[in-house]
Design a protein around this ligand. Structure first.
Ligand code: MG
Ligand code: ZN
Length: 224
């Protein structure tokens, strides 16, 4: 079942980041977190560029978890429901968050999605952020952990070009490793780039095609 909410015009924030706006967002993020904590739910914010494989990764992770624990997915997308439809095929609750012109999710929209969701019996909520490696970093949502998904198809410099995304993350997934050789991209060099920015962060290489790394990601997420 897919529910849907949409940003109304007064909720579409400009990319110009005013201090008061970020403060308001941070306060709402704290409220989201308090609500989640009250219900014993861990929310995971999944960030990454368009095409990094966020949706497919979430689908695989859900596949491995849904028989053991209650899982729901909030799917941020500008306008379409393609991704939400794909995830809903896993028979878990999905809320599609259409940001319309917004280029990131914010705590207000996530709060609205939380109010749409039956929180009893949930243990994990995946929040798929908008495909963008810049401003989502500025907007905490109330999640317990932020995951950045970077794919070998994005070339060798994705990590270096977006330090803020990685500095704010608790877990990094290097996705589509089955394509690394064809792309001429080194998984270990991408991993080293991440560790240069944040030495103690966990980096897990994955392939949604072969299933490599999926169980490790789930174990890491259940441990946060
Ligand atoms: Mg997606
Ligand atoms: Zn944005």
């Amino acid at each position: 079942m897919i529910q849907q909410i949409e940003a109304s015009p007064d909720e579409i924030y400009d990319i110009e980041l005013e201090h008061s706006l970020l403060e308001a967002n941070a306060k709402l993020a704290q409220e989201n977190r308090a609500l989640l904590d009250h219900h014993g739910i861990t929310a995971i914010d999944v960030m990454g560029a368009i095409g990094s494989g966020k949706t497919t990764l979430i689908t695989r992770l859900v596949e491995g978890l849904k028989d053991q624990i209650g899982v729901a997915v909030f799917n941020g997308d500008a306008t379409t429901s393609n991704d939400a439809d794909l995830i809903a095929s896993q028979s878990v609750p999905v809320v599609q968050i259409a940001t319309v012109k917004g280029c990131h999710l914010d705590a207000n929209l996530v709060g609205k999605a939380l109010r749409k969701t039956k929180l009893d019996n949930l243990r994990l909520i995946f929040i798929e952020n908008i495909g963008n490696l810049i401003c989502p970093a500025e907007f905490p949502l109330g999640s317990k952990a932020r995951v950045v998904v970077v794919s070998v198809t994005e070339g060798p410099y994705m990590v270096r070009k977006h330090p803020h995304m990685f500095l704010g993350a608790q877990l990094v997934v290097i996705n589509k490793i089955d394509l690394a050789e064809a792309m001429g991209v080194s998984v270990s060099e991408l991993s080293e780039d991440v560790h240069r920015l944040k030495p103690d962060i966990t980096v897990i290489p994955t392939s949604c095609k072969t299933g490599a790394g999926i169980d490790q990601v789930n174990s890491a997420l259940l441990a946060v």
